[in-house]
Design a protein around this ligand. Structure first.
Ligand code: SF4
Length: 73
């Protein structure tokens, strides 16, 4: 698996950042659009509690993505 060259690990933390976050490609801005998509892609951000409660996971995803989604959604 290839790792994006813009992905950067935060020193001494279990976190990652994007070096080009404000200029990232549209595919990055709009991903993930659904919890099903995260399951399909085996997204590492999906936690066990999300799988156990998909409705809550969808609400949390909607809140996280509210500034990233296009207005027609
Ligand atoms: S948001 Fe996109 S460009 Fe940024 S690190 Fe992730 S995959 Fe790479």
């Amino acid at each position: 698996m290839e790792v994006c060259p813009w992905l950067r690990k935060v020193p001494k933390q279990n976190k990652y950042t994007c070096d080009i976050y404000y200029d990232r490609p549209d595919d990055c801005k709009y991903y993930p659009s659904t919890v099903d998509e995260m399951v399909r892609d085996e997204c590492e951000m999906l936690e066990e509690k999300d799988r156990a409660n998909p409705k809550q996971a969808r609400r949390a995803l909607d809140q996280l993505m509210q500034d990233s989604r296009t207005p027609f959604e």
